[in-house]
Design a protein around this ligand. Structure first.
Ligand SMILES: Cc1cc2ncn([C@H]3O[C@H](COP(=O)(O)O)[C@@H](O)[C@H]3O)c2cc1C
Ligand SMILES: O=C(O)c1cccnc1
Length: 344
């Protein structure tokens, strides 16, 4: 079921690196902005990459595991926050407006329904089952969520979006993400689990125990991402993985958000290894598992603002850094055009 991902344009990258060295600044002095410009050129195949408008796509779903009391907030916050997204009042709305992003909210599996013309309803089921007691969903449902994510992202891209920011909303999804990441990577639950929405210290131990026991009962297969998703995953995690695959298949850079998005990135990589060629990590979340995934993917985050929100918020805040990289390429003068003496 691997999705074919095109190779990056290494030649264009080399050309752009040479061009960057001709711009009016000491060589290498724009540091990671220079690296980013080269990366974006390789991804898009363009000497002057276009990354605007960015597209924020938020997948919302509920989690049966929430009934184990592993979040600081009740399950109904998922649907309440989706209303907030649709009314423009959430953090991701604010940051999306500031980067002139196109935004799309998808119900991939909330436990209740909302009628709103801006909401895309692609509900696979009414929330996952509690994976402490039974598999979160069937393989077929995991595949359906993945495919719906793929389709929605592909639609945004064919509608003109040039950089994808996948986001999510789902109370309990730091628990599902920790379980998925532990299952795929083999990293211990103790190292991965964090406060999520802000549980107390002693509750973290409880959350770890629930995940550990669920993994022992469900036995997800590390080398089968659909098995992992169906046993301990989430519908929005599957959909985000699908969206990332669509983005990479269309040579569209993916700006990855926090721990949940990184978990989806890990799943996507299990499906098509070189999907990570099209990923840039926007920030480093407070969730300890986020840094662990980035190390596994061999990626460095752009920002570390001690954020732990999700929704795509950290990636949206990082987007202006990508814009700076692209504008540097497009608008800076060269030593020759500005008649400045180059290095000896
Ligand atoms: C008001 C509110 C807005 C949010 N926006 C994103 N999340 C984030 O928190 C949830 C994951 O944390 P946990 O696993 O601890 O439940 C997800 O919905 C995530 O998107 C929110 C959480 C709350 C409470
Ligand atoms: O990093 C994230 O994605 C995150 C962290 C805490 C809560 N929700 C999401």
């Amino acid at each position: 079921m691997a999705v074919p991902i095109p190779k990056r344009h290494e030649k264009t990258g080399e050309e752009v690196q040479k061009y960057i060295n001709s711009l009016t600044k000491p060589q290498g002095s724009l540091g990671r902005l220079e690296e980013l410009a080269v990366e974006l050129s390789k991804m898009t195949g363009e000497v002057f990459p276009v990354i605007s408008p960015p597209g924020v796509i938020i997948f919302a779903a509920d989690h049966g595991i929430a009934s184990e009391g592993i979040s600081a907030y009740p399950q109904e916050v998922t649907v309440q926050m989706v209303r907030n997204f649709l009314n423009g009042g959430a953090a991701i709305n604010v940051f999306s407006r500031s980067i002139c992003a196109k935004m799309c909210v998808v119900d991939i599996g909330m436990t209740s329904d909302i009628e709103h013309e801006q909401l895309k309803v692609k509900k696979v089921r009414y929330g996952t089952a509690n994976f402490f007691n039974e598999n979160a969903m069937s393989r077929d449902e995991a595949m359906k969520a993945l495919e719906a994510g793929y389709e929605q992202a592909a639609k945004m891209i064919s509608g003109g979006v040039k950089c994808l920011i996948p986001g999510e909303m789902g109370i309990g999804n730091t628990t599902a993400s920790s379980a998925v990441t532990a299952a795929i990577s083999g990293v211990s639950v103790e190292k991965l689990v964090g406060v999520g929405t802000g549980i107390e210290k002693e509750k973290i131990k409880y959350k770890q125990r629930i995940i550990q026991q669920a993994l022992e009962k469900r036995k997800p297969k590390a080398d089968d991402p659909i098995d992992v998703l169906s046993k301990v995953g989430g519908l929005e995690i599957a959909a985000m993985a699908g969206a990332m695959l669509a983005s990479a298949a269309n040579r569209t850079p993916i700006l990855v958000d926090g721990f949940i998005a990184a978990t989806a990135a890990l799943v996507a990589k299990q499906i098509s290894n070189n999907v990570t060629d099209y990923m840039i990590m926007g920030h480093c979340s407070v969730e300890p598992g986020h840094k662990i995934i980035m190390d596994l993917l061999g990626k460095k985050p752009l920002l570390d603002l001690q954020m732990r929100l999700g929704e795509g918020s950290g990636a949206a805040v990082a987007f202006p850094i990508l814009q700076s990289a692209v504008l540097m390429l497009k608008e800076m003068a060269t030593f020759e055009s500005a008649q400045i003496s180059d290095r000896e």
